[in-house]
Ligand binder design. Sequence first.
Ligand SMILES: [Zn+2]
Length: 452
Amino acid sequence: MEIKQYIENSREQFRTALERLVKIPSVSADADGKYPFGKKCGEVLDEFLKICGENGFSVQNYDYYAGSADMYENGEPELGILAHLDVVPVTEKDWSFPPFAVTEQDGFWYGRGVTDDKGPLLAALFAMKAVKECGYRLKKNVRLIAGCSEETGSEKDIEAYCERAKMPPMVFTPDADFPIITTEKGMMRFAFGGDFSCSEIISIKGGTVVNAVPSEVTAVLKGNVVISGEGVCAKYENGVTEIVCKGVSAHASMPEQGENAFTKLLSVLAGSELPENDRKMTDGLLKMFPHGETDGKSLGLACKDDSGATTCVFSIIDFENGKLTCKADMRYPVSLTKAKVTESFGASAEKAGFKMFSAVGNEPHTVDTQGDFVKTLLEVYGGVTGLPAYCKAIGGGTYVHGIEGGVAFGPEFEGEDNRIHGADERAVISSLLTSAEIYAKAIIKLCGGERN
Ligand SMILES: [Zn+2]
């Protein structure tokens, strides 16, 4: 039988396996006995390894950090496929379908994890199965690796795997987009601030997460402060003025799509009659982050190359009792390094009157687009779909960030909205099956498959 046909015939088996995984609400949690990411992540790994075993693959459990299924029992794997079994939490009231079940409607499967990343994990497993059952024999072994804590951003599952086993030399993850992601910008998170004895500003608070453009900020000032502007609302009561300033939220990797509420507030305050010592703080912040600027220019870090441009978001502010703590998210192109970005940010902060508290992040990730590995994946993708096959650069980081030579390869096709991390997460059934076909053909090509 041909690969495509085999996978189409496996649809119901695929769905049954998916149901077995989606049923378990595997939100990564604190360690619980022998389970480093909680009982549910342990349970889902056991179930996954059971499915792999039932389908004739040899499995391994890396102390419940991760698990794997090898195509063949012997031989160090040369191709690794890296996916994850943990999911993000759900807000049940926002769902129109039961989140921990698979519901089919109008060509979609609905359920938490069907696209991120349980469905794609199974697409890779069924790809391996198709290769085997269609009579191909590979020269190189394949390992499907399932991590249990991708969503926490800690990479502890991959670290633990690497302490216990080897990462194959060729790795792709079905945990992002098609065609293929070969470049991921570097990312830094900065914390900075200091002590400021303001005469009029009592507090400024805003921002919920470090990786988003803040959409709201609240400042409390002494006395009756008359201030106005679009999206700015001031209310005088009990001797203080509360100013609420609204912007537009956006992901930190695309800040130009939003409007930063903090910098808007700061520029409004800059036009008011604040005393000198209050200005020290507000003007200092505005110096680092002028309103409307998203490319890190004032930090000396504006830079643009093939991997994209620098983006910088001032995302969290907390000022109260004379103490200011701020956070910023920065994505930077491959032409810059972590050291350079950290140094420049620190120097700019100091110049503006702030101390840098911490700088955490990683280097950009980039893979040779002219190498055989990437070329083969592109060829297979183009061959199966007939769509343009090309390499992409993104501002976010995928599961293979930091794994040498690793790329993201699917499963989402351009133009699809599968509501990842949101309510009513879904997968286009035909797309999921097409990705399984792509993965099967990639395995055959990369691993020297020949038909018996
Ligand atoms: Zn994911």
